[in-house]
Design a protein around this ligand. Structure first.
Ligand SMILES: NC(=O)c1ccc[n+]([C@@H]2O[C@H](COP(=O)([O-])OP(=O)(O)OC[C@H]3O[C@@H](n4cnc5c(N)ncnc54)[C@H](OP(=O)(O)O)[C@@H]3O)[C@@H](O)[C@H]2O)c1
Length: 220
């Protein structure tokens, strides 16, 4: 049975990714800060207390996992705080960098020994991190942190190629979750299904690509 590990699984897209992977026959380890009734209801193994900014917790998680036991790591956890130029909240920008950019890098590094040769790493980023696609400005901390995550994803694709580990840099779409105040163009079911399709098609040949969950390749 293939083994997937998902961060930020308590709700939203992460929860739905766990649900769909479980339904498709994967062993799923759901990582979260705090569990929720919806996550409990899935009946998958879960690990609480996994804050992606907590290096000690991630180190402990990494050493507790069996070597070469993870086929797929999905770095989904993220936060959005709308920071404008007029009310520039630097502390909020810093926090978004910690969670959105450094978090996935920390998690990936901590879990690397547990990833199988030929495994996959998915980074749930945002097209708001695309500089080429930025037509409206604003959202300083979020845009900057996701652009930094995209840069990390490209480096990871190069650095992990030797172990044939492929890296997908994925925008889920504009999805109705807590993050968007339940506004959006698609629901979590469609977003998670699209993300899993992209992950399914991920290979060493297309590693390091920035995709929309609908399959469109996005500009950096
Ligand atoms: N929704 C969209 O339209 C959209 C668009 C583009 C990209 N994305 C990206 O998709 C991902 C999932 O977003 P979502 O819409 O599902 O948002 P969400 O409903 O707000 O869920 C966010 C998840 O991330 C977790 N999280 C937040 N900070 C964390 C931390 N420090 N350590 C560990 N987990 C943490 C949350 O856990 P708690 O319950 O503990 O807070 C929650 O499980 C994010 O990376 C987001 O940037 C979403």
């Amino acid at each position: 049975m293939k083994h997937a590990v998902v961060t930020g699984s308590s709700r939203g897209i992460g929860l739905e990714l766990c649900r769909q992977l479980h339904a498709a026959g994967w062993k799923v380890t759901a990582l979260c800060r705090h569990t929720t009734p919806a996550l409990e209801a899935l009946g998958v193994p879960l690990r609480e207390g996994i804050d992606v900014t907590d290096e000690a917790a991630l180190r402990q998680l990494g050493t507790g996992l069996e070597a070469r036991s993870i086929d797929l790591l999905i770095n989904n956890a993220g936060i959005l705080d709308n920071v404008s130029l007029e009310s520039l909240d630097i502390e909020s920008c810093r926090r978004q960098f910690e969670v959105n950019a450094l978090g996935p890098l920390r998690v990936t590094q901590a879990l690397l020994p547990a990833l199988v040769e030929g495994g996959k790493v998915a980074l749930v980023t945002s097209r708001m991190g695309s500089i080429g696609d930025n037509t409206s400005g604003g959202s300083y901390g979020y845009r900057m942190s996701k652009a930094a995550l995209n840069a990390a994803g490209k480096s990871l694709a190069h650095d992990l190629a030797g172990r044939r580990i492929s890296v997908a840099i994925l925008h889920p779409g504009y999805v109705r979750t807590d993050m968007t105040g339940h506004h959006g163009l698609i629901n979590v079911e469609e977003a998670a299904a699209g993300l899993l399709q992209r992950i399914d098609g991920l290979s060493p040949e297309n590693s390091g690509t920035f995709w929309h969950s609908n399959g469109e390749v996005l500009p950096w």
